[in-house]
Design a protein around this ligand. Sequence first.
Ligand code: 5CA
Length: 431
Amino acid sequence: MKYSEFFIPTVKDVPSDAEIISHKLMIKAGMIKQSSAGIYSWLPLGLKVLKNIEQIVREEQDNVGANEMLMPTIQSADLWIKSGRYDDYGKEMLRITDRSGREMLYGPTNEELITDIFQTYITSYKELPKNLYHIQWKFRDEVRPRFGVMRGREFLMKDNYSFDLNEEKAKISYNNMFKAYIKTFLRMGLTPISLRAETGPIGGNLSHEFQILANTGESKLYYDKELESLDPESLDPDKLQSYYAAVDDQHDENKCPIKKEDLKISRGIEVGHIFYFGTKYSEKLNAYVQDQNGKKIAVHMGSYGIGVSRLAGALIEANHDEKGIKWPRSVAPFKLSIVNLMPDDQNCTTKALDYYSNFMNQKIDTLYDDRDCSVGKKLKDNDLIGTPIQIIIGKRDLSAGIIEIRDRQLDLSQKIKIDDVEKFVLQKLNS
Ligand code: 5CA
C-alpha cells in the first residue's frame, strides 16, 4: 500500500477524555474515531489490526474443532424472557421496539440464541460434543464507557458455546478452550495470566478470566512466576489452573500458598473470560438430548469470550513508548515500512520502488511511504503507527552504499550494506 493513497489521518491533539495511552495512541495514529460515547468507527489502519487479531483468534478456535457461524446483533426479547435474563440485565441492555411493537434488543451476549439454535436441531447424545462460535458486535450500555475501545458500549467479541452430555465431558471442552486461549494470546506476543473468577450475570460455578500483562493495566495481579514462561507446545490446563494467581482484592499476603520469591506482582488487563454453567440455560430453553439409555438429559454448557476490539487497545498498552505504538509482528497493520525520505530523488525512488515490489511479491504487507512531506514527519508517523521493521532510504546513505533499517520494537536503527538489506529484513521479519 502506498501511504499517499491510504487514509491514515494522524493527529497531534487528542480529546481530553482520552485518559489512557492506548486510547490516545489509537486516535493519534488515525486508527479510530469516536462516533458517540463508547462507539467507534474503525478507520483503515485500525481495521487492519482488528482483522489481524480476529484471524489469530479464529485460527486457534478452528484448530480445536470449534465451528464458526454468525448470529445476528439484534435479537427478539422472547428467549431472554424465557431464560429470566430480560429483567436481570437491567439498563445495560439496549432495548428496541420494532414497527409492530415487538420487543427487540441489541445482543450483549448470545447464550439464549445459541441454546435455541442447538435445541432446534440436536436431539441425541450421538451428536455431542458441539462447540460453536461467532465473532460479532455486542452492545452493553455501560454506565461509564471509557478507555477507548477497552470499555466500549459497542464492541467486538468472539464468543463460543460448548454443549456436552455431562459435567465431566463439559470440563474437557472447558479445558480445550482454556488451552486455545493461552495459545491465542501467546501468538499475539502477550503474556496471559489465568485466574479463577466470579461468574457474574453469565452464571455457573466455574470460571476463569484471562488477563494480559501491561504496566498500565487496570488490575493488580499476584501470581506464580511460572505463569510468565509458558511453552505453547506443552500446555496442561489442569496444571495451569493449579498455579496461584489472584487479583488485588482476592490476595491475602498471610494466606498466600507460594513462597515470596516465586510470587510476581504486575498489572493486567482482562481480555478473555470463560464459564462453565452446567444446565442453567438448557433447562430453561429446552435443550435436552437423549442419552445412551433413551433418557432425556439437559445438556451441560459453557461459554467463552474474547474481547477482540478490547485486544487492540490492550496490545498497545503492552507495546508502546513515548514515540508511539510498537506492534508485535503477528498483529501489526503493516509488517514493513519503506520510508523514502527523498521522493524527488530518482535514485531514492527507484530503490524504494524496487524494495516495495520485491517485498509485496513475497506477500509481506508493506507500507510504502512515498508522501511529499518533511523527513521529520515521515519518521515520526512511521514510529507512531508502529511498523515493526522500517527501511529508511536517504540520498546520502544511498550514495555511500548503505541503508538504514529500523527495528521499532528494539527502538534500534542500523546501517546495512545495500546488498545485505533484503536478507537482513527477512531474517528480522521471521524472528
Ligand atoms: N458470554 C460470556 C462469554 S462468551 C461473556 O459475555 N463474557 S464477558 O462478559 O466476560 O465478556 C467477554 C470478554 O469481552 C471480556 O473478557 C472482555 O475482554 C470483553 N468485553 C466485555 N465487556 C466489554 C466492553 N464493554 N468493551 C470491550 N470489551 C468488552
